[in-house]
Design a protein. Structure first.
Length: 660
């Protein structure tokens, strides 16, 4: 073997002087990445780091092989986790289906779960009709077409008919162009009217044919479909097949129970506790499946536990209240501080607690306190009733989380509406009104426009105010959004004066934010253009309040009058008042006199001495002496029209700033 050139030898010598990095730490790092389920790009960085630190070619080769193995293990683990998630969902589904007794409820639950598990636009289910010799559409979820909802499919016709005939699943990314299926006019018309494109259908199989282990008896077909092209993966087909297997058993069980009920063989031997537990399970599960509201939860729990129920938010405000057996609530709700304390006690104990003859259950999402559930009129709860009450807290948490998610989405959409309404009201006024109605706001009816700003103008203060506005409007038809550094609220006008509405908002928003909030009101106004003008009016009023130093106060433009217009651009009020009335203010401060008050009364009485002395309850000579002193301090010409106007404006500003 020939010796390397001198330069090569030098390089080799330099390389050999540096100790190659051992490969073991990099292998351990790959294991850590697998354990942490790190992103795929972090795996390649390990070999790159080893290369930079002088690892040998053999070590780098081994490390690259180990990286490939680690990535394969990562993929396998992810597949297993996904499968575990799917199996958990199927397990929950099986439990829910097993608890349902009514056939219609079973069918509705099946299609809802199918749509949820596969994330499709719609899901539907057909059942076999032995008398007609075909299958008929029985239940849908996400469907909008009456024509589609009443389809009948003969065996062999369309995708569903082929599934029912062959007892095998079929999927198509685009049903309209797929020639594998026998298209008929009625089926294609229904599918077109519904707008479906990608469709997956799997058979509902029960038992086996001929007892020889062949295909099961097809009692119907379960479908999941999208309104856009969608190729369904083998895993999705397998998942829907697994759901269909559970569903077929649940349908058969529900049918059997229905037949027994119709025959009068109702099971009456259950113990009272078991009956109550079953009823609670059915009712609360139904509430979750169909998206019931908090009042329905309160009414259901009140009926089940034979007591009154109230539901509160984390600050103790009442969200729902129902009396015993669903009657109107007539009891006394505890103070908010007491409710907050009891909710904290329940949270700490991780169960419902009894205090002052009331049961309180914290409503939790993980460790986040969403509110509390309070039961009245039950001094004692046995274990089953206590578990039922605590389960109601879980259902309440689910509904509150759903409501919050929906509210966040709606607030984003409403914010876009308010932005368009205030920046371009004339671009498409009819379209703005339509968008408002979709969000539950009628822009054609009179509404008040409130503009709010926190004293803390930092980002945290602004974010708190935006969130507080959403809480303030919770349960009402009003909407709020951030706009140009302020928070804008639109409130349906119920006859409340704008200034009063502004001050009510100041009290609530200040409490929620935990600091001063200034609110100005404009309107009432109806229609996009008028609402935009009312917003401009309210914004000028807000700036006027801030110029006057009335931070944390509320008012309307009408209440400020012409001052709202004059001060809407944040003029320096203090400087103007000091420059105009300074000598009188200083004199009164030093000597305890009332020259400023006398001047105000003089102008208010039209410059008449007799009326002024009556207003101040002074002798006319005293008034004259004070006016002489005012002239001495302000100089000759203080009563000229231009100077008098400035003095009257300064007096008005001085009064509105809270000074007397």
């Amino acid at each position: 073997m020939t010796s390397p050139p001198a330069s090569s030898a030098s390089s080799a010598s330099s390389a050999s002087s540096a100790t190659p990095a051992p490969i073991a730490p990099y292998l351990r790092r790959l294991l850590e990445l697998v354990a942490d389920d790190a992103p795929a790009e972090e795996y390649g960085a390990v070999a790159a780091q080893a290369r930079v630190r002088g690892a040998s070619a053999a070590d780098l080769s081994e490390l690259e092989q180990a990286t490939g193995t680690a990535l394969r293990v990562r993929r396998t683990l992810r597949q297993h986790r996904r499968r575990e998630t799917e199996l958990a969902a199927l397990f929950d589904t099986a439990g829910d289906l097993a608890a349902l007794r009514d056939l219609d409820a079973v069918l509705q639950s099946i299609v809802r779960r199918a749509r949820s598990l596969l994330g499709t636009d719609t899901a539907y289910l057909t059942l076999r009709d032995d008398e007609a010799g075909d299958t008929c559409m029985r239940v849908t979820d996400g469907s909008v077409s009456p024509l589609f909802q009443n389809l009948r499919l003969s065996y062999g016709d369309g995708l569903g008919g082929l599934v029912a005939q062959t007892a095998r699943p079929y999927a198509t990314p685009d049903y309209r162009t797929d020639e594998r299926f026998r298209h008929t006019g009625s089926i294609d018309e229904g599918v077109l009217d519904e707008g479906l494109v990608g469709i997956l259908g799997v058979p509902l199989l029960l038992g086996s044919r001929g007892g020889a282990g062949g295909d099961g008896d097809v009692i119907g077909v379960l479908f999941a479909a999208d309104r856009t092209p969608r190729p369904f993966s083998p895993d999705e087909v397998a998942l829907l097949c697994s759901l269909a297997a559970h569903a077929a058993i649940a349908i058969d069980t529900a049918k059997a129970i229905t037949e027994l009920a119709e025959a009068g063989a109702v099971i009456r031997e259950h113990a009272a506790a078991m009956q109550r537990a079953e009823e609670a399970h059915d009712r609360l599960t139904d509430l979750v499946l169909r998206g019931g509201d908090l009042s329905e939860v309160a009414a259901a729990v009140a009926g089940l536990l034979d007591g009154a129920i109230t539901i509160h938010d984390p600050e103790g405000r009442t969200l729902a209240a129902v009396g015993r057996r669903g009657e109107p609530f007539e009891g006394a709700v505890p103070e908010t501080a007491s409710l907050v304390r009891l909710a904290a006690d329940s949270h700490a104990a991780a169960r419902a607690v009894l205090r002052d003859s009331r049961w309180t259950c914290a409503v939790l999402a993980g460790q986040e306190l969403l509110g509390s559930l309070v039961l009245y009129g039950r001094g004692r709860l046995d274990d089953s009733d206590r578990r039922l009450f605590e389960r109601a807290g879980v259902v309440t948490a689910l509904l509150l989380l759903l409501s919050r998610s929906v509210a966040e989405t709606e607030n984003r959409v409403r914010g876009e509406l308010i932005t368009d309404l205030l920046t371009a009201p004339g671009r498409d006024p009819a379209g703005l009104v339509v968008r408002g109605r979709r969000l539950g706001v009628d822009l054609g009816r009179p509404c008040l426009v409130l503009v709010a700003e926190a004293a803390d103008r930092q980002e945290t203060g602004h974010d708190k105010l935006a969130g507080a506005a959403g809480q303030y409007l919770f349960g009402s038809d009003g909407i709020s959004a951030e706009h140009s550094g302020t928070v804008v609220l639109l409130l349906p006008h119920d006859g409340t004066l704008p200034g009063r509405a502004a001050r009510a908002a100041v009290a609530q928003l200040g409490h929620l934010v935990g600091g001063p909030v200034t609110v100005a009101a404009g309107g009432p106004a109806s229609g996009p253009r008028a609402i935009a003008d009312a917003h401009a009016e309210a914004l000028r009023c807000l700036r006027a309040l801030q110029s006057l130093g009335r931070i944390g106060d509320g008012a309307s433009a009408v209440e400020l009058g012409f001052l709202g217009v004059l001060l809407g651009n944040e003029r320096d009020v203090d400087s103007f008042v000091t420059a105009t009335l300074g000598p009188l203010l200083d004199y009164d401060a030093r000597r305890g006199t009332e020259l400023v008050r006398t001047l105000g009364a003089y102008f208010a009485c039209g410059g008449t001495l007799t009326r002024t002395k009556d207003e101040l309850h002074l002798h006319v000579n005293t008034v004259v002496q004070r006016l002489d002193r005012i002239q001495a301090l302000l100089g000759a010409g203080w009563n000229d029209p231009e100077r008098a106007l400035e003095l009257q404006l300064a007096l008005r500003l001085h009064l509105l700033s809270g000074n007397r």
